[in-house]
Design a protein around this ligand. Sequence first.
Ligand SMILES: Cc1ncc(COP(=O)(O)O)c(C=O)c1O
Length: 347
Amino acid sequence: MINIIEPRFFEEEEEAILSILRSRKITRGEWTKAFEEAFAKYLGVKHAFTVCSGTVALFIALKALGVEGQKVVVPAMSFMATIDAVYLAGGVPVVVDVDEYYTIDPNQLEDAVKKYNPKVVIPVHLYGQPADMDAIMGLSEKYGFYVLEDSAQAHGAEFKGKKVGSLGHLSAFSFYASKNVPMGEGGVIATDDDKLAKEVKKWIDFGEHPAFNVRITEFQAALGYIQLKYLDQRNKRRREIAQKYKEHINSSFVHPAEREGAYHVYHLYTLRHKERDRIIKFLKERGIDARVYYSYLLNELRNAEHLPVDRAKVFKEEVFSIPVHPYLTDEEVDFIIETLKAVEVPV
Ligand SMILES: Cc1ncc(COP(=O)(O)O)c(C=O)c1O
């Protein structure tokens, strides 16, 4: 099977894990500190706090912003954690449609902001594609809401030369096994704002008020630190494969378009086709993993308040993702292309 999710580790990681075992310093040590510093530097922000998952990163960021009883706008298309974190933090989600790039539609966002006066908006850089952060930050200045970037799928993605996760007031990352920087489980809350960083810290360091232990271990931090060193190189390979797909897979498929000014990192290569289910079956029978991300809309999943989500409704029925991880060989990429060419689909 050609896997859609494929974290790989090499000698460098093996040596680091062994050295941590031998040192017996297995939590709250130098690796965690080094990873937090390296990740903040990579993004170009002052603060990066490690936590145990992306979901917890979103939850703490929302707590730091104080969303209890307040509206929080999320896009219809995302992993369920985006909306669940809002409920867990005591917020009231409002779901809006996506644009043609599968990220929050800024036009509808403005309608939602006028109608609901949200405290926070959560753009999701879905599949590795940056949301339209110019438009979103413009609205934030005009209406005065906070922007929390859900960057769980977009490590290394850029918008107009700046890293996603550094563009909003706060951002949340996931380091789950499938992500572009995998450490098994893990998350980061990043911000350039000292005041918000102080609020975030209250949820991480014990003492200020009741809080969970949300730390990661040195093992996870070491994996993250080492994987981060190779992120740009591996994202480049993802983009190379994506380019090949765009050139060679026929036009009856809708390919992921890249937003102007965006550096898409192809966490997933997501196509659209009306005969999606038949195509997935065809691919799987030939040893290629293909999956639907996601088979639900957030408003439907949690019965949340929403504006009309017409685009997302169509996309949900048509999207499917194929392998694009950086360890695919050229032969595997060619095989995926040839297999997709062989599916009998009406052009
Ligand atoms: C868009 C998005 N947000 C949030 C999360 C939650 O991250 P985690 O699984 O680390 O809790 C994920 C991934 O799983 C995700 O893809």
